[in-house]
Design a binder for this molecule. Sequence first.
Ligand code: SF4
Ligand code: SF4
Length: 309
Amino acid sequence: MSLLGKTVILSKWLFTQRPTSLAIDITHRCNLKCLHCYFWREEHPGELPDSEMIALMKTFRKRGLRAAILYGGEPTLRPEICRAAGEIFDACLIFTNGTNGFAEIRGAKWIVSLDGPERVNDEIRGIGVYRRAVLEIRRAKSPPLIHMTISRLNMGCVEDFVGCMAELPIEGIGFSFFTPAVGGADSGYALTLMERDRILTQLLSIRKKFGPIVGITPAMVRQLRSDGAFFSWNRKELCPVSTRVRCFNPAGEAKFCTYGDSADCSRCGCAAVAAYRGALCPIDFRTMLVILALMGMPGRRLITPFLVR
Ligand code: SF4
Ligand code: SF4
């Protein structure tokens, strides 16, 4: 992606109310059955065939959305759609479980979802998944990002996990907190706000220890803390991300949020909201660097070591 393209996306994202990005579950199929995942347990309408999904992406690119985020299911099960998204959009983030490798796709950055060190990850994601994903990370031509969703299943192993990831060729690690559905059976996986506050404090000390590969800043932490800014945005009508990201399911139907229409905003743990508000409310350059890392902007590696605290 050109530097100009990245700058336009970033400026629109940060400084206008207009949508910048398309987030699309390109398939409801997955080769795993993770414990905490609602996707494989639900009935889904069919998927748009390749030609219609590519047409949908082109339509939104023409309407001014310059970035795409691909989710699933497991997006690598639809390689043609991944490739097409890389061609259509100026920037593309693809969330994957990492077990199918990382094809080179123009303008795309891979984000690997892992949930802990080998034992904990495999209790959640299935036996052998950690080793397979690590093998693929070592083989990847460009270092991927890692994403950990913190839940009651893995809250005790965050530092160990960062230690394991720090030894791999990765770009960085991001963190979300498990966001349940309103009244959903998955509610028990979500941390209480008090537990979450404790983990957030721990994440800042982990960042001090491991440096800027740990993609959470004090400003982001403030957005998620119950004694910080959390209650000033944790409603649908106040969520800055839902106004900037247009979300769709595999059938091409609109969703309010990437977590689904019944996501419990009052317990939202979305890293994108924390990064957006952390960067701007008030302006915080460390958090902007985290966003730049996601977009692969040049020069970031030179300055981030000086900005850790
Ligand atoms: S890899 Fe992702 S989509 Fe597949 S079961 Fe796990 S959480 Fe769900
Ligand atoms: S659950 Fe979704 S819509 Fe609600 S606050 Fe979080 S990101 Fe926004």
